[in-house]
Design a protein around this ligand. Structure first.
Ligand SMILES: Cc1cc2nc3c(=O)[nH]c(=O)nc-3n(C[C@H](O)[C@H](O)[C@H](O)COP(=O)(O)OP(=O)(O)OC[C@H]3O[C@@H](n4cnc5c(N)ncnc54)[C@H](O)[C@@H]3O)c2cc1C
Length: 451
């Protein structure tokens, strides 16, 4: 492609800003990033309270966040945030130790069985499911892999592996098929409570591309990255460093693609581009763009999670000692209850604590937002950390994905085959997975493949 091509990128979250970085590194300087908000970062959202930033959106990374590390290197900073810790509570608010054999002698046989299944799972992923963890979903439904490996060298790897078709099954069925049901007890912590849905509805491919074995072990060992000024600061720094800063407060009212050009109407003015990269939700592309029949057919199949966060100040003397996970509230039966609440700074009792709740499950009507908020406030009382005041709320369009039937029918291969067709490229969460690194890594590969 001509290095002078005029490229329009929609969205200044991790996907859009990293697309700008990788384009720039490849010699494309003529890009424009359009952001509708008055700030960058998307779901990396770190407001300030009392001089310190807390997290309403993304919180953490792990050492295998190679694309995020690219950003750190490009801008010259590092993950300098607080060391996170956590404990567990049952649904009645009692502290429990589900993984500690000393505190749970009766559980020892179960824990040993779980440990042996985790070991077996790790081996299966390396052998039977070789290629399961490469970024993106190209070929998986056809039993192939093709992309970057999750290794420090991020080698380009590709090959045939018919077993990968199993990844189209819901994770619960995938575990059953492989006789490792108990691994769900480990994977659920960083999965369902992080808003990515329930294991009986989400294809294993999503679960395992995010929670590849190495990443899961990093969560288990609390080997995590955080940023002092919040995850939003990663993208603010990148935006500052890019030659072309994102244009904030950009309202796109139309996108018209004709005669090999892309016409974007921004704040009432028509701008002409050669190529378009969409990192904003594809399910909403038709709201402002001349969506084509094939695009609509696929984008209409995208579902998403209703994941809410709420920042509260605890009543005096009721500040939680650490962050707490409540496993009993991570089931479809306990939907709408408090799954986890986070304390970010150990040294500060005057900080907002943030709650995390899911409101949808495939087989149920979506729960009402206000009613769920009340349930969460009641749950905080049960947890003995009642809220004095709610100071912030986030109602997120979260983790766009497709269900098993559409995944198995080749949704990803069909959409990947459309890349570039209308001078348009699709990136962002749906194309990889809804976390900072998978989206940034996908942008890297997109630039590598097509530009
Ligand atoms: C509560 C919560 C916790 C999370 N925890 C983690 C975590 O710990 N670790 C992790 O790695 N990830 C986490 N994530 C997920 C991570 O934040 C997202 O996966 C990531 O931000 C996705 O990047 P993106 O650029 O694809 O999309 P987004 O971050 O959603 O960015 C999209 C951008 O596009 C803009 N946009 C949308 N429509 C338009 C339009 N029409 N015109 C112009 N601009 C538009 C939006 O305003 C936004 O800025 C969390 C997210 C949330 C909400």
């Amino acid at each position: 492609m001509d290095k002078n091509s005029k490229i329009c990128i929609i969205g200044a979250g991790p996907a859009g800003l990293s697309a700008g970085m990788y384009l720039e590194q490849k010699g494309y300087d003529n890009y424009t990033i359009l952001e509708r908000n008055d700030h960058v970062g998307g779901k990396c959202n770190s407001p300030t309270y009392n001089g310190r930033r807390y997290e309403m959106g993304a919180i953490m990374g792990v050492p295998s966040y190679y694309a995020v590390h690219d950003v750190e290197e490009f801008c010259g900073f590092t993950h300098d945030g607080p060391r996170l810790n956590r404990d567990y509570k049952d649904k009645n608010g009692n502290v429990i130790y589900p993984f500690d054999p000393k505190k749970n002698p009766l559980q020892i046989p179960h824990l040993l069985k779980m440990r042996s299944q985790v070991k077996k799972f790790g081996e299966l992923l390396e052998t039977k499911y070789k290629g399961y963890d490469v970024n993106g979903h190209r070929g998986v439904a056809q039993g192939r892999y093709d992309g970057y490996a999750v290794t420090p060298g991020r080698e380009k790897v590709s090959g045939e592996n018919p077993n990968l078709k199993d990844l189209t099954l819901p994770f619960k069925d995938f575990c059953k098929l492989n006789g490792v049901e108990l691994v769900q007890d480990i994977w659920i912590g960083p999965y369902t409570s992080f808003g990515y849905g329930y294991f009986d509805e989400i294809p294993a491919a999503y679960v395992l591309k995010y929670l590849d074995f190495q990443t899961t072990m990093n969560f288990v060992n609390v080997n995590l990255w955080t940023w002092k000024d919040g995850t939003q600061s990663i993208w603010e720094r990148l935006n500052d460093k890019l030659k072309n800063h994102a244009r904030l407060n950009s309202t796109i009212s139309s996108v018209e693609r004709k005669d090999g050009k892309v016409y974007v109407t921004v704040n009432g003015q028509v701008e002409e581009y050669d190529k378009l990269i969409v990192t904003a939700p594809l399910a909403k592309f038709g709201d402002y763009a001349d969506i084509r029949e094939d695009e609509k057919k696929y984008f209409d199949k995208i579902d998403y999670e209703r994941y809410d966060t709420m920042a509260f100040m605890p009543e005096d003397g009721k500040v939680p000692a650490t962050s707490y996970y409540i496993f009993e509230n991570m089931t479809p039966e306990t939907i709408g209850h408090l799954m986890v609440y986070y304390r970010r700074w150990r040294d500060d009792d005057n900080q907002p604590i943030v709650t995390y709740t899911l409101r949808n499950h495939k087989d149920r009507p979506v729960l009402d937002y206000e009613a769920t908020k009340k349930v969460v406030l009641d749950d905080l009382k049960t947890m003995k950390n009642p809220a004095k005041e709610v100071i912030n709320e986030g109602e997120w369009y979260y983790f766009p994905h497709v269900f098993s039937e559409d995944y198995a029918a080749g949704w990803y291969d069909d959409v990947e085959a459309m890349q570039g067709k209308y001078d348009t490229f699709y990136a962002g969460e749906i194309m990889a997975f809804g976390d900072m690194d998978e989206t940034a890594e996908y942008s890297r590969e997109l630039v590598d493949r097509f530009f």
